[in-house]
Design a protein. Structure first.
Lengths: 104, 316
């Protein structure tokens, strides 16, 4: 089990339903996803071209970059469509006491 | 803090041309519109194919093949939409249909995807945009481009380069190393399929594929070159999407054939918007982009006017 502490990133009530929500956490930009199987989080910038994934199309568990439509599975960061070829960085996420928390 | 790169979309959102809620609504996807249009597409293809059969023994086969060719070359438009995953909500359907379109027009889908991504990154920037069609310097260059001869030379050279396991310097810039072998494999499969088709025709003595497919494709390609020129040629070679891209207002049959890609500036602004939502996006963005109300013909009048002006301005 990770020693990294959980950090509150936003209220569950502020999550965009079945979509992606942008969160600034200190120096980091995070993308938080409301999916059919729970809440997930990743770095917000696409590791291909650096565009903001939070402006992309989100469907189920797949986030699509708004610039080139490269896509990732938000559960594990796996690239699912070119030009995304590298796993995106995802963070352990949970919902507790009305807050979305990530280990970061 | 690392910031996201500035894209036409981030600019549009920042400048209030589009709200986040509107963006979400425009991006919403469904399989139904794409499947309906694809069914109609199949009927149109069947009709133009039937016209060739009907005129088989007459000189009218040439206009019939030209008409069929116009439909065939527009598989490019469908493939282009599939590259962006904006035809169907189901992602693999876009991949499948895109691959089939690529086979029909001799354009491997994976390679086109990478090339086209780079076009969206560097739209209309000289030396960086891999799909840039340079502004013709004179009427001869203009007509040569429209003949599609340079297009076929480039595309066939590209295909055989990839099939022989090589990429150009420019291609190395936008195709990641992990995909090189896959690009080579795609090109080899394409060459093998075409070689098999020719072998099959030679063995059976039935050369129908030439008359129903390849000759119409060659006859129709100048029409696609004519349309592709209207997207960016003659617009300023700058990064601003409001300037460097032309939206052409065209009639319903052309919109059908090009899968609404005449709304080209809107597409470049928000490439995640499905083809069927582009007319709605046009209504939202039309005051912020360059729109050619006279369609493809007016765009060409503009291009020809610029060629004439630049020719007259040169020292004698």
């Amino acid at each position: 089990m990770s020693d990294t502490p959980w950090r509150d990133v936003l209220d569950v009530a502020d999550l965009e339903e079945s979509w992606v929500t942008r969160v600034d956490l200190g120096s980091r930009k995070l993308a938080v996803y409301d999916t059919p199987s729970g809440v997930y989080a990743s770095l917000a910038l696409c590791n291909h071209g650096g565009a903001d994934l939070c402006d992309g199309y989100f469907d189920g568990h797949v986030i699509e970059c708004p610039l080139h439509q490269g896509a990732f599975d938000v559960r594990d960061g796996r690239p699912v469509s070119a030009p995304a070829t590298r796993r995106m960085r995802v963070f352990e996420t949970r919902v507790k006491d009305g807050k979305v928390q990530v280990r970061i | 803090m690392t910031d996201a790169i500035v894209t036409p979309l981030t600019q549009a959102l920042a400048e209030g041309k589009l709200t986040r809620e509107e963006l979400k609504s425009f991006m919403k996807r469904s399989n139904a519109p794409g499947l309906r249009r694809l069914a109609l597409w199949g009927l149109v293809l069947a009709a133009t194919t039937w016209l060739i059969s009907l005129t088989w023994t007459s000189w009218l086969i040439w206009p019939a093949m030209f008409l069929h060719g116009i439909v065939l070359v527009h598989h490019f438009s469908l493939q282009h939409e599939c590259v962006h995953y904006t035809v169907f909500r189901t992602r693999w359907l876009n991949d499948l249909v895109g691959q089939i379109c690529g086979l029909i027009i001799i354009l491997p889908h994976r390679f086109f995807r990478y090339e086209h991504c780079d076009h969206h990154t560097h739209t209309q920037i000289t030396g960086e945009d891999p799909e840039m069609v340079p502004m013709p310097q004179n009427l001869r260059d203009y007509l040569l481009y429209l003949s599609a001869i340079p297009y076929w030379r480039t595309k066939l050279t590209e295909l055989f380069r990839h099939a022989s396991g090589r990429l150009s310097e420019g291609e190395l810039r936008f195709i990641p190393k992990v995909e090189h072998q896959a690009v080579y494999r795609d090109a080899r499969i394409m060459v093998a399929l075409y070689a098999s088709a020719f072998l099959a025709m030679a063995l059976t003595g039935w050369w129908g594929l030439l008359w129903y497919w390849l000759i119409p494709l060659i006859l129709g390609e100048p029409v696609m070159r004519f349309i592709r020129m209207t997207e960016h040629v003659g617009r300023p070679t700058v990064a601003q999407m409001s300037e460097n891209t032309r939206t052409n207002l065209v009639s319903a049959p052309w919109r059908f054939l090009c899968w609404n890609m005449n709304y080209h500036a809107e597409h470049h602004y928000v490439a995640s918007v499905p083809f069927y939502a582009l007319p709605r996006l046009h209504e939202k963005l039309k005051d912020h982009i360059f729109v050619e109300p006279g369609g493809y013909l007016a765009a060409h009048r503009d291009i020809l006017g610029q060629i004439r002006t630049s020719h007259e301005a040169r020292p004698k």
